[in-house]
Design a protein around this ligand. Structure first.
Ligand SMILES: N[C@@H](CCC(=O)N[C@@H](CS)C(=O)NCC(=O)O)C(=O)O
Length: 231
C-alpha cells in the first residue's frame, strides 16, 4: 500500500511533520495535491464517514486519518517510529500535541485576530502578540523540551521517534521566522540544539532534506516579518 498525504501545495506547513516521519521511516507515499492542481479542494468536498476538518490528512487504504498528531500516532505505531509500550506511545503523542499547541501559537503571531484577514489588517495586534511570543512563550516551550533532553539525546527512550523529527522542524521554522530571537536564545538550549543536529544528520533523512521535494518556508505558518522579530 502506498500512503497518500493530502496537504496544501506550496508550503511545508503542518504537512511537513508527517512528511518528515514518512521520509525518515523510508515509507512509500504520494502527494496527490502536488501532482494535480485543485485536487485537495475537490477531495475535501468528498462525502465520507470520517471527514477531515482540515489538512493534513493521510489516506491509508480505506482509512482517512486527520489531525497531525493523530496521523503520527498511527504511523509511529505501524512503522516503529515511536516506543512500543503504551506509556511510551502516549508520551510521544503528548509531546506531539504540545508541539501542535506551539505551532498554533506561531501561526497566531501573524494572525492574532482572524485567520481569514490579511496580516496587514492586524499588524498592531500582531506586534503585541509577537513580543509576548518572543519573550515568554518561546523560552517556555524551548525550556520544556530542554528539560526532557537532559535525560537523553532523544525525547523518548530508544532510537529517534517522530516527536524528535517534529522538534527539528519547529527549530527550522523558528529560525526562519525569528532569526534574531533564535540567535540569542539558542545557546541556552544545548540539548534541543543537539537533537536538531542529530535529526539533520540522520542518514534516512539527509537525501530528503537536500531534495527539491522539501518545500522552502514562505508565507505559511512560519513567516518572517522583520518587524515581528527582535533579539
Ligand atoms: N490541529 C490540526 C490543525 C489543522 C489545520 O489548522 N490545518 C490548516 C492548514 S496547516 C488548515 O487548512 N486549516 C483550515 C481551517 O482551519 O479552516 C492539525 O494539527 O492537523
Amino acid at each position: 500500500m502506498v500512503y497518500e498525504l493530502w496537504y496544501w501545495n506550496g508550503i511545508p506547513g503542518r504537512g511537513e511533520f508527517v512528511r518528515l516521519a514518512l521520509e525518515a521511516g523510508g515509507i512509500a507515499y504520494r502527494e496527490p495535491p502536488r501532482e494535480t492542481e485543485g485536487a485537495l479542494g475537490q477531495d475535501l468536498e468528498a462525502d465520507r464517514d470520517h471527514p477531515p476538518f482540515a489538512p493534513p490528512y493521510l489516506k491509508a487504504g480505506r482509512m482517512v486519518i486527520a489531525q497531525t498528531a493523530n496521523i503520527l500516532l498511527y504511523l509511529g505505531e505501524k512503522h516503529g517510529l515511536a516506543p512500543t509500550t503504551l506509556t511510551g506511545r502516549l508520551w510521544v503523542n503528548q509531546l506531539q500535541l504540545t508541539i501542535a499547541d506551539w505551532v498554533t501559537e506561531v501561526h497566531d503571531v501573524h494572525h492574532p485576530v482572524d485567520s481569514s484577514l490579511y496580516y496587514e489588517d492586524q499588524r498592531p495586534e500582531a506586534a503585541r502578540r509577537a513580543a509576548a511570543f518572543r519573550t515568554s512563550r518561546m523560552p517556555k516551550f524551548l525550556g520544556y523540551f530542554e528539560k526532557i533532553l537532559q535525560h537523553g539525546p532523544s525525547l523518548a527512550k530508544g532510537r529517534w521517534n517522530y516527536a524528535d523529527l517534529s522538534l527539528f522542524h519547529m527549530i527550522e521554522g523558528l529560525r526562519f521566522a525569528f532569526p534574531k530571537r533564535m540567535a540569542s536564545l539558542e545557546p541556552d538550549y544545548p540539548g534541543v540544539m543537539r537533537l536538531h543536529a542529530k535529526v539533520e544528520a540522520l542518514p534516512a533523512l539527509k537525501p530528503y532534506l537536500a531534495s527539491p521535494r522539501r518545500l522552502p518556508f514562505s508565507d505559511g505558518i512560519f513567516r518572517h516579518y522583520p518587524e515581528l522579530d527582535a533579539a
